[in-house]
Design a protein around this ligand. Structure first.
Ligand SMILES: NC(=O)c1ccc[n+]([C@@H]2O[C@H](COP(=O)([O-])OP(=O)(O)OC[C@H]3O[C@@H](n4cnc5c(N)ncnc54)[C@H](OP(=O)(O)O)[C@@H]3O)[C@@H](O)[C@H]2O)c1
Length: 413
């Protein structure tokens, strides 16, 4: 099969954009060249010749010789406008912008169908890990039961530092910002929103379910205090921000992003720093584990490069599971075994929200409850801004299991 020659219009020349340019320079076999690069700031000094650059998106979008748009900007709203226009002009698109994809998933599906052009986005979920194409292609004939993963590099770096250096969450966040791993406004990452956008994309390819961002519950790591860190240390556990989705016997899928205690038996335990890791569980193959760098110029550019390469042989996502006969639905009616840390004065408030409580602790200023709570009740207390607490998940309670039965930490991993 002869491969197409690609003429690329690149949007963004920051961390990933410049990384991609360098990676393309070193990939001689690929018939792809960057023709024009659109950026925003006219005063910035660029690393390559000025004649590549434009500040007008139409110089790319209206250029008939450009057949591929690679979108690597840091503004999700502007990115959607660019991607929409590119698809309407029948240009194939590669992007790594998870927020943009998650917020416009249905519209992007429609645009791909209507204009019959591919949109690829492997770099959007776990940077260097080829998880989307595996969920889309490999698990087609095997029955995928669940996946769980660490999908956000900067929160994993922060949590690793708290565990390794025995420092507070605030100190670890400051260090991550100084090293450039976390934004000056880090809430997209630390609040679990970035992981939620990635989870939304992954469940579409894993189970064929398309949901809106607000339908997925996300709790971040920004309220974690020394109490939870000390608990984890004492029990030889690590706290990781985990995105997970699992299917029940009725074909219903539950999914959420919640910080989780992970023990040494779990393969997520040693996924540290900016690494990402995903465990998939299938009916016949049992489990698989994907590990790779979850952020950074070259790891992300490598996924973008793989998408560009795939376009040279006309690859597109077929969204097979969206078209499968067995239609799956979201079921967020699940029970979770958690540790909830609260202020001392709030001790009486939380107990009514729990189905059962197996342990509680109180000191001079705070305390915690370990017990079973429904996801609905967790959402309810998280929606009350006057309540200050943090929640760490042990495990979802498997359906049909009696609440009082002890749960194994590794039950789902
Ligand atoms: N960094 C990572 O490790 C990583 C990993 C996975 C996915 N991603 C995703 O990759 C994308 C790029 O991230 P990044 O880290 O490379 O960002 P970045 O370093 O902040 O660079 C952003 C680039 O976008 C350009 N830009 C912003 N608004 C624009 C507009 N309206 N039109 C044209 N250019 C515009 C900027 O132009 P100027 O140069 O003129 O300022 C800059 O070159 C984001 O969607 C991010 O979520 C990043």
């Amino acid at each position: 099969m002869s491969r197409k020659t690609l003429n690329i219009g690149l949007f963004g020349f920051g961390c990933v954009g410049y990384g991609l340019y360098q990676v393309l320079e070193q990939t001689k076999g690929l018939k792809a060249n960057v023709k024009t690069i659109c950026v925003k700031n006219k005063d910035k000094k660029r690393q390559i010749a000025e004649e590549y650059f434009t500040y007008d998106k139409n110089d790319i979008l209206n250029d008939p010789s450009i057949n591929v748009v690679v979108e690597l900007i840091d503004d999700a709203d502007a990115a959607f406008e660019i991607v929409k226009e590119a698809l309407q002009k029948k240009k194939a698109v590669v992007t790594a912008n998870k927020k943009m994809i998650a917020e416009h998933f249905t519209e992007l599906l429609e645009l791909q169908r209507k204009y019959e052009v591919p949109l690829l986005y492997e770099g959007a979920c776990c940077a260097s890990i080829p998880i989307i194409r595996n969920l889309e292609e490999y698990y087609d004939n095997d029955l995928l039961e669940s996946f769980e993963g660490i999908v956000n590099g900067s929160t994993n770096y922060i949590l690793t530092q708290t565990a390794v250096k025995n420092i507070s969450y605030a100190e670890a966040l400051k260090e991550a910002q100084e090293k450039g791993y976390a934004e000056s406004d880090p809430t997209l990452d630390t609040g679990g929103f970035d992981a939620k956008y990635k989870l939304l994309i992954l469940i579409a390819h894993a189970f064929g379910i398309v949901v809106k961002p607000w339908e997925i519950f996300n709790l971040g790591i920004d309220n974690i205090s020394d109490v939870e860190l000390a608990y984890a240390r004492e029990k030889n556990l690590k706290i990781k921000l985990v995105a997970q989705a699992f299917k029940n016997a009725k074909g219903e899928v539950s999914c959420f992003v919640i910080p989780k205690f992970v023990d040494a038996q779990s393969r997520l335990y040693n996924v540290d720093d900016v690494y990402n890791g995903v465990i998939t569980k299938t009916t016949f193959a049992d489990t698989h584990f994907f590990l790779g760098k979850g952020a950074g110029a070259y790891p992300t550019a490598s996924a973008v490069l793989s998408d560009i390469s795939a376009l040279t042989y006309d690859y597109k996502y077929e969204y097979k599971k969206l078209n499968q006969e067995e239609e799956l639905h979201l079921n967020q009616n699940v029970l979770l075994k958690v540790l909830l840390r609260h202020r001392k004065e709030d001790v009486g408030i939380y107990t009514v929200y729990f189905e059962d409580i197996s342990e509680s602790y109180l000191n001079h200023h705070s305390g915690f409850i370990i017990g079973t709570i429904s996801l609905d009740n967790l959402k309810a207390i998280s929606g009350k801004p006057y309540l200050k607490h943090s929640v760490i998940l042990f495990e979802p309670v498997p359906e049909g299991k009696k609440i009082s039965e002890p749960l194994s930490l590794a039950a789902l991993s």
